[in-house]
Design a protein around this ligand. Structure first.
Ligand code: NOJ
Ligand code: CA
Ligand code: CA
Length: 714
């Protein structure tokens, strides 16, 4: 009886926490360009306002209040997450013939732009969205502020107080002795002139003032700015232009944000092709530390369905692409965006709308989280038929279309069928016009089948129980008998057959976030977790904060390891789940510049070291000042060693048999040939509770009593 009571009370204590956070893979993301969505407050529309909505480079009036008014509409699409375009205060002048209606030209990372509203409005948006089961992801732009040579010239404010602009900043800029980069608050190295190496990250992207994130003030300022959104209830970020920042700095930013909440953060890494071009390697090959928008495969999908192309080729391209990731299901698939020409503007075919429906259904069923750009449900197109800025017309609200029905139906299925959220990806059949792929997660399965050619009868090998299955979208039937499935496929058709069996054993689908440090909370999503159990991370038991059959919230324990990836295992009774991967960081990490004297060194070099932070190879850049360098989050107060490797990004790395040593006590760590003696601390020992702490407290009470006694006496 007592143990039953203990279980009931424990469950009551744990349950309220579950549900406070979302497992992102079970949802759908809806990006909104705030200025172009809905005008909820006409008093904030100026300056640079165009009431006629004809000049695409001016403000059109949309704001946070408008977004709040339209939350029920967004909910009607089954969407779980709204990604709002950048909300921070932007410059108050035109640049390049445009006002910053898009929000990507920030001047103050601690304020909300007056065209969009206030922090109070943002908090209300979060609360109202939450009531509807929707969370808010904010587009954040820490690579650059605003145009350096026009507009406000890179002007930067700290909650209203002017800090600097690009020209003032030049006066105090110095050349970093290890990187050769001219820097202060900003980098001063002109515009990006080649899309690789040092310019890619340390020069201005299209003339935008490029931040020096390793400047301690910039580092804290950008972190504090992001934390204001977290503390106001945002559930994550879309980070702009991650290709142009040091991965090591981003990791350290993410860790600081994750230490508040198990957020969902993904990056925009702009690369239009899935080929293994060099500039993708840091994020994809080794590190995999952050989900990204699947920009490289989007073009292949649009081309194959919107123009011509083989579905079989597409299936192979996508399989190759997804194989790059530790968590392919956490990457984000999209069809349309504010940077690319909308599908319906791009597709030049009589059956473009039918193909668009197919492309939407594909986006909703592929591995990865679907991103449905605002207005896709209402066939929003630009009358000018082009990309930026014409792909951002004023929203037309219509949730009664066939597109809306497809989005809603598959969004609902995604909530209940974990094969869509976490399943693997296997092509069952593919030719030029027909493609069938199966996705399985434990007892849940889906079979997506599409045909862009003439009607055809299809028979497949399919290991599903005998029976008749109904497609979620049209109700079409598929019969399975003795491992053979037969179905009729119409022209330009898409079917989603599904099975939702009961999952009896614990099975992990994902961990959010999947990079973590000790003390951080992570959300484990999956099935068959029952009502109580244990979670083991890297062999150590984690503290459970909440538990239900599909979601567990735990705290990451501290452990001694030199490995980058640890196994997370859920145990219920005698049953243990599959191991899921967690990228582990020691904790107390600084974003540190690691520099190596380049005398006697040449070629493409990498380091790998004996800390979890350095366990995956990190590429080095060669500076003009005779050093190799990189940036990594490193645990303060720790001695470490690294091995040098040589090799190209997608090839084998060869050891050079050189060991170098370092000690982390500042944001620049120069490695040497001799092991570093860990300095014995010169600081006063911290008074421990029950030791000096008590003595000081007693002394303070004594002094207080003496003062009171004296005061009373006289
Ligand atoms: C990518 C964003 O999506 C784009 O719209 C923006 O202009 C650039 N980054 C620069 O911030
Ligand atoms: Ca307005
Ligand atoms: Ca940069």
């Amino acid at each position: 009886m007592r143990s039953v009571l203990v279980v009931i009370i424990t469950l009551m204590l744990l349950t309220p926490l579950v549900g406070a956070y979302q497992v992102p893979e079970r949802g759908v993301v809806y990006p909104v360009m705030v200025d172009r969505f809905y005008d909820g407050n006409a008093s904030n529309n100026g300056p640079f306002y165009d009431p006629t909505h004809t000049n695409y480079r001016l403000y059109w009036g949309g704001d946070i209040e408008g977004l709040i008014e339209k939350l029920d509409y967004i909910r009607s699409l089954g969407v779980s997450t709204i990604w709002v375009s950048p909300l921070n205060d932007n410059i108050n002048r035109m640049a390049a013939g445009s006002a910053p209606y898009h929000g990507y030209w920030t001047r103050d990372y601690k304020r909300i732009d007056e065209h969009f509203g206030t922090w109070e409005d943002f908090k209300r948006l979060v609360q109202e969205a939450r009531k509807r089961g929707i969370c808010i992801i904010v587009d954040y732009v820490p690579n650059h502020s605003n145009p350096a040579t026009e507009g406000e010239f890179g002007a930067l404010y700290d909650n209203g107080t002017f800090v600097t602009d690009y020209y003032r900043d030049t006066k105090n800029a110095t050349v970093n002795p290890y990187t050769g980069i001219r820097e202060n608050v900003y980098h001063h190295n002109g515009n990006i002139f080649t899309w690789e190496g040092i310019p890619l990250k340390y020069a201005n992207l299209f003339g935008l003032a490029d931040f020096n994130q390793l400047n301690p003030w910039v580092d804290s300022y950008l972190t504090e700015g992001a934390l204001l959104f977290v503390d106001s209830g945002a559930c994550g970020f879309r980070i702009d232009a991650v290709k142009h920042m040091e991965l090591g700095w981003l990791e350290s930013l993410y860790l600081r944000l994750y230490s508040r909440d198990p957020l969902f953060i993904y990056g925009e890494y702009y690369s239009l092709s899935p080929e293994r071009s060099d500039d993708l390697y840091e994020l994809y090959r080794y590190s995999n530390v952050s989900p990204v928008l699947n920009i490289p495969i989007r073009e292949n999908i649009v081309r194959t369905l919107g123009f011509v192309g083989s579905l079989e080729t597409l299936s192979r391209t996508l399989e190759g692409y997804y194989s790059l990731f530790v968590y392919p299901n956490k990457q984000l698939n999209f069809l349309d965006s504010h940077d690319l020409v909308r599908f319906l503007n791009a597709a030049k075919r009589d059956d473009a709308v039918e193909r668009f429906h197919m492309a939407l259904a594909l986006t909703m069923t592929l591995p990865g989280i679907p991103v449905i750009y605002y207005g896709d449900e209402s066939y929003l197109v630009s009358r000018d038929g082009k990309g930026d800025p014409y792909n951002r017309p004023m929203m037309v609200f219509n949730n009664t279309t066939e597109a809306a029905r497809i989005i809603r139906t598959l969004a609902e299925l995604r909530k209940t069928n974990d094969a869509l959220a976490f399943g693997d990806f296997r092509t069952v059949y593919a030719n030029y016009s027909v493609w069938a792929f199966e996705r399985t997660f434990g007892s849940h399965k889906i079979l997506a089948v599409m045909n862009k050619g003439s009607p055809v009868s299809l028979t497949l090998n399919l290991d599903w129980p005998d029976g008749t299955y109904r497609d979620a979208l049209t109700g079409a039937q598929m019969s399975v008998s003795n491992g053979r499935a037969s179905l009729e496929l119409g022209r330009n058709s898409f079917y989603v057959f599904h099975i939702e069996g009961e999952q009896k054993e614990p099975l992990i689908g994902s961990v959010t976030p999947y990079i973590a440090q000790p003390g951080q909370r992570i959300l484990i999503g999956g099935a068959g977790f029952g009502s109580l159990g244990r979670v083991i991370i890297g062999g150590v038991e984690a503290r459970v904060l909440s538990w239900n059959s599909t979601e567990i919230l735990v705290e990451v324990p501290e452990m001694k390891t030199e490995n980058a990836w640890l196994d997370v295992v859920v145990k219920t009774g005698e049953k243990a789940s599959n191991p899921a991967k967690l990228r582990y960081y020691s904790g107390n990490d600084l974003p540190a510049l690691i520099a190596i004297n380049a005398t006697n060194l040449t070629g493409r070099l990498w380091i790998k070291g004996n800390l979890p932070e350095l366990a995956e190879p990190r590429p080095l850049l060669r500076s003009s000042t005779g050093y190799y360098f990189t940036v990594a989050p490193l645990p303060n107060g720790t001695a470490f060693s690294v091995e040098l490797y040589t090799g190209s990004p997608w090839g084998e790395l060869e050891p050079l048999n050189v060991t170098l040593y370092g000690f982390v006590n500042s944001t620049t760590v120069v490695l040497g040939k001799e092991p570093v003696e860990v300095p014995t601390s010169t600081a006063e020992p911290e008074p421990s509770e029950g030791g000096w702490g008590w003595a000081y407290a007693l002394l303070a009470v004594g002094v207080l009593l003496a003062v009171l006694w004296k005061w009373k006496k006289g």
